[in-house]
Design a protein around this ligand. Sequence first.
Ligand code: ASP
Length: 361
Amino acid sequence: MNIENLASAHGQPDGFTAEPAENVPCRFICAPQGEENFRLLVHGGAWDIPAVLHQPHADGVAKAYQAAMKAFREGADGFAVVLAALEILEKDPTFDAGRGSFLNECGEVELDAAIMEGAGLKAGAVAGIRNFLHPSKIAHDILSKTNHAFLVGEGAERFAERCGHKRLPPDELVDPREREVFAAWIKAGKPDAKVFFSSPANASLRSGAEPEKRGTVGVTVALKSAAGQWNLFAGTSTGGTPGKMQGRVGDVPVIGAGVYADDEGAAVSCTGWGEGLLRIAAGQRISAAVRGGTNLQAAVEMTLADLYRRMKGHAGIIAVDRHGNMAASYSTPFMAFAGPAGVVTHLRQPAGCDTLRRQDR
Ligand code: ASP
């Protein structure tokens, strides 16, 4: 099925253009399993993930999924469930979040994160912070302890310290391998990060360095209330893109772009080419489409298709909606994500998910 067929299958309006088959998003419809009142998807980034890193990505998202599931079973609220997963992923140097993040053009780690819930549209976001392991927790503190929704840079760092978050020594979050990747990025002529999400990816970088660690991380959660309503949550955390300009902010901490949650629509977490996801307002676009009656999976796929059609960008998205549906799709070569039944991966369908169509890679 090409993108045009996909579009017509979902009643896509006129003006939807067919694109080459290699840009058709991979589609997973995730069937709920086990927990009647709980929906959970976790992602660990959508990129041309090198084969040698597939297993660490799969293991990492599985571990995060299990931590979130455990938090739910122990009675945690939706925010705590999201944070339980993000905490694992930010600590794991496999992923581009917290420790092990990509370095910016100055060779530093700068972190962005956001968290949101869909009943009262409460949101917290943080961007451009250094030397804190868990930006997602700082984002949550912004949401719960201030009247603001978004803090950046030095002010955000000072706030984090006041809240008791530990400021780490400089370079503590830098994985030594990232120094090699950084050197290779310079050697390769400082390519723009957009190329890293598509295929064939960064052959020039690979030839000059160890395989890169990759993967922004994200979580979507739905909890059913006693009244039968789904309360939606989403969180996303990243170190951004390799060689980004100092101070660059992508989609991740921007409410409505890399993260969104609205109980009247959907909760969404994105990964991929941030400039494009930001400009297309991916999270809000999906939620608004669902609110207008579009099927969740269709809304996710149409957003990925539009990202490519309008800007030739690639990305991956997980989402849950107001009906308790789950969806995951990506137009990059791979996405690491964990679905229902506790386990996982980017290469095989998560247990409990029906693969309707999937590209051969
Ligand atoms: N979207 C992230 C950013 O642009 C990168 C990623 O998802 O890997 O900062």
